[in-house]
Design a protein around this ligand. Structure first.
Ligand code: HEC
Length: 213
């Protein structure tokens, strides 16, 4: 009986050590757990517009960032602020690994850049929302694609949900060719670009001098 108990304890000990070892290995390599606070879909399968994305992690805000060639028409367009948010759990996992876990969701919010008599001349503040877009990493739902793109824009205002934009939408090509990490513009997210550099997850072909079009 005593021998049996000792043997059982040894087996248990080995199992425990293996589990702990595995947990530590997971923490220091690529994330395996999908983010629990990721995208939500309605009964028809459309992505639901998150109501609380302004409580997520702020990554960057650009003023008057227009992609593509600098044409005369582009330079006269009214400027806007483009602000990027990501769900919290994916952000935390990225800090550990430099990789986005499954169920990552980004929101790109466009707001009018307003002049205001109360602020210094030439200053701009964020005005009403002009557009709202999403990028989602969900390869189980979008097989062969990994990253899917969505727009909540409509002439009547923002929609409550959105279907995946078709492959012909320009999002896919630009995000595949010009991005530093996976299909995301981590080169413009100052706190994360250093993480990707340290973890070695910047794409081998990434060229910092490349013009985005
Ligand atoms: C010509 C290039 C280009 C096209 C086309 C484009 N984007 Fe982006 N996108 C960018 C850049 C650059 C950023 C980085 C943020 C910034 O500076 O505005 C970005 C950031 C994003 C982000 C934040 C997450 C990330 O991937 O870094 C989302 C979400 C996004 N875009 C959605 C879309 C959607 C949806 C479309 C298509 C309707 C689209 N984009 C089309 C260049 C592009």
């Amino acid at each position: 009986m005593k021998t049996f108990l000792t043997a059982a304890l040894i087996v248990f000990g080995i199992a425990l050590a293996t589990t702990i070892g595995r947990a530590q290995a997971v923490a220091s390599t690529a994330p395996t757990a999908p983010a629990a606070d990721g995208p939500a879909y309605g009964s028809s399968g459309a992505l639901l517009r998150p109501g609380d994305y302004r409580e997520w992690v702020f990554l960057t805000s650009g003023l008057g960032v227009n992609y593509g060639p600098a044409t005369a028409a582009a330079s006269t367009q009214p400027k806007d602020f483009k602000t990027v948010f990501v769900n919290r759990e994916s952000y935390r996992q990225f800090l550990q690994s430099g990789v986005w876990p499954e169920k990552t969701i980004f929101m790109l919010e466009g707001r009018q850049a307003m002049e205001d008599p109360a602020i210094a001349e030439g200053g701009r503040k964020q005005g009403p929302v002009q557009f709202l877009e999403a990028a989602v990493k969900d390869s189980a739902r979008f097989p062969g694609l990994t990253w899917a793109y969505f727009s909540f824009d409509s002439p009547q205002g923002l929609t409550a949900s959105a279907n995946r934009l078709p492959d012909s939408a320009n999002c896919y090509a630009c995000h595949r060719t010009n991005t530093a990490v996976e299909q995301t513009f981590v080169q413009f997210y100052p706190t994360l670009f250093d993480v990707a550099r340290q973890k070695g997850t910047i794409k081998p072909g990434y060229d910092a001098g490349r013009r985005i079009q």
